[in-house]
Write a protein that binds this ligand. Structure first.
Ligand code: SF4
Ligand code: SF4
Ligand code: SF4
Length: 272
């Protein structure tokens, strides 16, 4: 059972959130929602431990499609950052606010950027593209994320200040338009930079929350220096250019780790 400890911890964390929200908000949806996500993620971790090659991809599809199709398109919940601002402005602790609090603000203190590796519906598509290992050096374009972050805030603030009618409809349309735009830009960028995750590295506004919180993450990839032979394979396969052999929290691109486990799978000495 010891080897399945992580799977059990993750399931317990999600079940605690599910039951707490169900009871405090008196809404069965939260029990279903967080139980489903928790079960999907712990199933993925379980399959990974059993060395199933596509474990992470299965979780991405289970969670990503659920959030995009069911929550986003059918339930019409705007789970993008604009939805978060919207609920924050209205003072309602529901849907997108809870989603952000759990997955992107407080959750990363435990599971870092697990969201990016296992649940994001944008990356779910990007990870099917051909450039899984970046083919070019990282560019100094991370500042763009602060612009997109600010634009998303200004967009929602403008809707409120303009006292626009039918805001719910506007938020749904912005969810659809925003996703089409994200997919178009991220796929184009992946091919232009020969890097599937270029959008994550330079443009995604959510990383403004994710990066500082994941700096303190409880779950991290660490290197056993006794076993490591400095072959460099882990860094070559890392989609996020993390200096994973350095155990310091300040390691290069340390807050970019999406816990995809590619480095772990490829290390010839089981040093990670
Ligand atoms: S960085 Fe943004 S687009 Fe990339 S996986 Fe994370 S949340 Fe998704
Ligand atoms: S792949 Fe393993 S052995 Fe090679 S540098 Fe990375 S941690 Fe060390
Ligand atoms: S390859 Fe390793 S260091 Fe790089 S993102 Fe994946 S888990 Fe993190």
């Amino acid at each position: 059972m010891k080897q399945y400890r992580l799977s059990i911890i993750l399931l317990s964390v999600f079940e605690t959130v599910a039951v707490t929200l169900w009871l405090t908000k008196d809404n069965l949806f939260y029990l279903f929602n967080f139980s489903y996500i928790g079960l999907s993620i712990s199933l993925g971790v379980f399959l990974f431990i059993r060395k199933y090659k596509y474990a992470r991809r299965i979780v991405q599809l289970l969670v990503g499609l659920y959030m995009l199709i069911y929550l986003g398109l059918i339930c019409q919940e705007n789970m993008q950052i604009e939805g978060f601002w919207y609920y924050l402005f209205t003072g309602v602790f529901e849907a997108a606010t809870i989603h952000y609090a759990v997955a992107k603000i407080f959750g990363p203190l435990i599971f870092g950027r697990g969201w990016c590796g296992y649940a994001c519906w944008t990356a779910m598509v990007l990870d099917f593209l051909p450039y899984k290992e970046p083919k070019e050096p990282r560019r100094k374009l991370g500042w763009i994320r602060y612009i997109t972050f600010t634009l998303s805030l200004v967009f929602v603030a403008a809707i409120f200040l303009a006292k626009a009618g039918n805001i719910e409809r506007i938020m749904f349309c912005s969810f659809v338009a925003g996703n089409i735009m994200y997919y178009a830009i991220s796929i184009a960028l992946a091919f232009a930079f020969k890097d599937n995750r270029a959008f994550c590295k330079y443009i995604c506004p959510i990383t403004v929350f994710l990066k500082p919180m994941s700096y303190l993450s409880l779950i991290r990839i660490k290197c056993d220096k006794e076993k490591c032979i400095s072959c460099g394979k882990c860094k070559r396969v890392c989609p996020m250019n993390v200096d994973v052999t350095n155990n310091s929290r300040k390691r290069e691109n340390g807050t970019e780790c999406i816990l995809c486990m590619e480095c772990v799978k490829n290390c010839p000495k089981n040093a990670l």
